[in-house]
Each structure stands twice: as structure tokens, then as C-alpha cells.
Design a protein around this ligand. Structure first.
Ligand code: KG4
Ligand code: ZN
Length: 363
């Protein structure tokens, strides 16, 4: 079976094509919006939606071409109702459909949540239009589930497993008893971990996304030291809270008269330490409690070298999965891998039923 997977839940437009016969990816194409969002210092949903609408057809064309599935022909049928509120995307797609034939794929998978509502809708409406135009089955996929499920499957990891998904949009701890039984055991009550990196970086005048900028600064030497809180580290549950840390940074920043390099470096080091400390402590408390055999670190924040180091140090007690960066940040490969399993379990759904579910929970 060949699965074409579409992911647009935040600010990356991604399409991947998986051949499930040999588990090979025929293509994996992403278009990042970072440059656009950098101007505003963060992701604005309406801008993200506009950018997805511009990128979807070019990304689809590249993905099909790379997979050797782009052939001339005409697969045009009336899709206008589905994309009536997205005229630019509609006209691009109509041009595409009247130039190229129906590709040899069997299933379309698309992220339906959680994520930013306008971003999610772009991918969903696009997937619906393709499903209708090509006569292909469609399956909705949970984005957070894909983040941890795909690495677990790829690594053939032993269960039970604990996964922490930390990105700009989510911070969730998930307990997986087996491949079919997943439960959120904790999540952030306010900002996500990546959002905390981004917002504190912004306070310090660093560009978006803030995580890599703070990590870069934290590598440098400084004579100063700063102390920041580790919110909820001893709360006795598996929830997180990062907005208090952001406020503490704001106060320290505003109180400091001499915002020289050594102050900025000390601040970056401590922000990183605090976030890494909270994530690591809570994840491994959960791993011990639930007697996990595997621990997965996913989401964009898992690119953080200090966090990866701390997780690796626990390698004696657990199988630690630190997915490659292309599978950690938002991507369509994880959607395709998850889709193969979901399809076997529950089959496809009618395209009319698909809708955006910004707060979708794991099931
Ligand atoms: O998964 P992702 O690409 O997109 C979503 O937000 O869903 O994650 C992006 C987040 C941003 O908040 C960014 O600052 C953070 O991941 N990030 C990092 C690092 N690289 C990216 N945070 C800390 N250290 C890094 N090296
Ligand atoms: Zn994500």
C-alpha cells in the first residue's frame, strides 16, 4: 500500500509518501515558514494558514515527482465547494489536477489535531479535495500520537513506554501500555516548553525560534550566575507549567541595569537548565512509576543537546529513543507511519466527516 500523508498543524507544510510493502519512504518534503514568522517573533495562525495555502500544491508536486508518481493526464473533477474559502489554493489545485493524472497511491492520511485551527483546516481541506478528485480513501491522524507512536514502531520498542512530546505547541507526557493503549498522564497547564524558550528568547531580544538561540548562547562562558524557578518540579503529578518561568525571566531582565553579554549568557544557561531539569525530572519520575521499559523524547525541543544528554544518561535503566531531527520536529513521515496502523485498526473514513480538532486528545 502507498500512503500519502499531509501535515499542516502548525507552521510546516509537509507531505510524505510511504510504501508499506517495504517500509520505504518514496518522498518526504517539507516547506518551513520560519522566515515569515521570524518577522513577527512567533507563529500567527492566520499567517500560517496563508503560507500553507501557498505551499501545499508545490509541496505535493515535489513529493509526487520525487516518488516517481507524477504523470501527465487529467484528474480534474469539481472540488470548488471544498476549497471555496481558499480561492488561491483552489485555483492552484485545479491547475495541478488538470495537468497531472491520478497517482498510484492507496490512502491519504492527514493531521486533524491537535494544533492551530486555521493551519489544520488547510491540510484537511486539501486532503478532502484530493480524496474526492482522485477517488482515494482518507484517514484522520492525531498529531501528538504520531510524534511518539512512529518512533516506537520504527524502533520496535518494548512496552510499557513513557513519551514526552515537547514542542512549540505541546508538552505532554504519555503512558503507552502497548501499541493500542495510550493515555496522557500529564501536560502543560499554560505555555508549552518550546513556547517558553521562544518567549524568554524574545524578552532577551533574540530571534524566533528561541530554543536554538538560547542553546547557542548557553554554550558560552560567563562569570555571572542567575537562579530561576523550576515550576511544578515537585508537584507530585505529571503536569507542567512554564508561564511562571517566563515571568521570572521578565522580572530579572527588567531589573538588570547592566544587560551585558555575561548577563545574557548566564540567563540563557539558566533558562535552558530550568526547562531541561523540569522535563527530565518529570519524565523519569513517570518512567519509574509506570515501570516503563522505553522512554521517547519527541517534538522540536528534543533538538536541545543538553536535554538529549540528560536522557542518554538514563540509558542503563531504559531504552531511550531520541528520534532523528527529521522525525522529532513536525513532519509527515510520522503521520504516514501512524496511518498504516490506524488504517488496519479502524479503516478509512468518509471525506465529508473530516474536521479540524484543535484540542484532540489521544485515543
Ligand atoms: O516540533 P516543532 O518543530 O514545531 C512545533 O512547535 O510543533 O518545535 C518547535 C519548537 C520551538 O519552540 C523551538 O524553539 C524549539 O522547538 N526548539 C528548541 C531547539 N530547537 C528547536 N528548543 C530548545 N533547544 C533547541 N535546540
Ligand atoms: Zn508537533
Amino acid at each position: 500500500m502507498k500512503i500519502l500523508a499531509i501535515e499542516t498543524s502548525c507552521d510546516d507544510t509537509c507531505i510524505a509518501i510511504l510504501n508499506t510493502e517495504n517500509n520505504q519512504f518514496l518522498s518526504d518534503i517539507s516547506s518551513s515558514q520560519i522566515e515569515v514568522h521570524r518577522k513577527w517573533g512567533g507563529v500567527y495562525p492566520t499567517i500560517a494558514k496563508r503560507e500553507h495555502q501557498k505551499a501545499l500544491v508545490p509541496v505535493l508536486k515535489k513529493a509526487l515527482m520525487k516518488a516517481g508518481l507524477l504523470s501527465s493526464g487529467n484528474s480534474s473533477i469539481k472540488i470548488s465547494k471544498i476549497l471555496e474559502r481558499e480561492p488561491e489554493l483552489e485555483s492552484q489545485l485545479n491547475r495541478f489536477l488538470s495537468t497531472y493524472g491520478i497517482p498510484d497511491i492507496d490512502l491519504i492520511a492527514v493531521t486533524v489535531g491537535p494544533g492551530l485551527d486555521p493551519s489544520l483546516w488547510s491540510g484537511i481541506n486539501f486532503a478532502k479535495a484530493l480524496s474526492l478528485a482522485w477517488g482515494k480513501n482518507i484517514i484522520p491522524i492525531n498529531h501528538v500520537k504520531a510524534h511518539f507512536f512512529a518512533p516506537l514502531i520504527l524502533e520496535e520498542a518494548p512496552f510499557p513506554a513513557i513519551s514526552i512530546i515537547a514542542s512549540g505547541g505541546h508538552t505532554q507526557l504519555i503512558f503507552s501500555k502497548n501499541r493500542n493503549d495510550h493515555r496522557i498522564i500529564g501536560e502543560t497547564r499554560d505555555d508549552a516548553a518550546g513556547e517558553c524558550f521562544d518567549k524568554t528568547a524574545r524578552i532577551m531580544g533574540l530571534p524566533y525560534p528561541g530554543g536554538p538561540e538560547i542553546a547557542k548562547l548557553a554554550k558560552k562562558e560567563t562569570s555571572k550566575s542567575i537562579s530561576l524557578p523550576r515550576p511544578m518540579i515537585n508537584s507530585g503529578d505529571y503536569d507542567f507549567s512554564f508561564s511562571g518561568l517566563k515571568t521570572a525571566v521578565l522580572y530579572k531582565w527588567n531589573d538588570e541595569k547592566e544587560k551585558d553579554d555575561s548577563f545574557k549568557i548566564a540567563m540563557a544557561k539558566e533558562i535552558q537548565e530550568a526547562i531541561v531539569d523540569v522535563i527530565t525530572t518529570k519524565t523519569f519520575l513517570a518512567a519509574d512509576y509506570f515501570e516503563a521499559k522505553t522512554v521517547v523524547l519527541g517534538g522540536g525541543v528534543s533538538a536541545n543537546a543538553l536535554l538529549r544528554e540528560k536522557f542518554k544518561e538514563k540509558g542503563n535503566n531504559f531504552k531511550i529513543i531520541l528520534p532523528d531531527i527529521d522525525l522529532s520536529t513536525d513532519n509527515a513521515k510520522m503521520i504516514a507511519i501512524t496511518a498504516e496502523y490506524e488504517y488496519k485498526k479502524r479503516g478509512s473514513v468518509s471525506w465529508e466527516k473530516l474536521k479540524s480538532e484543535p484540542n484532540l486528545k489521544i485515543s
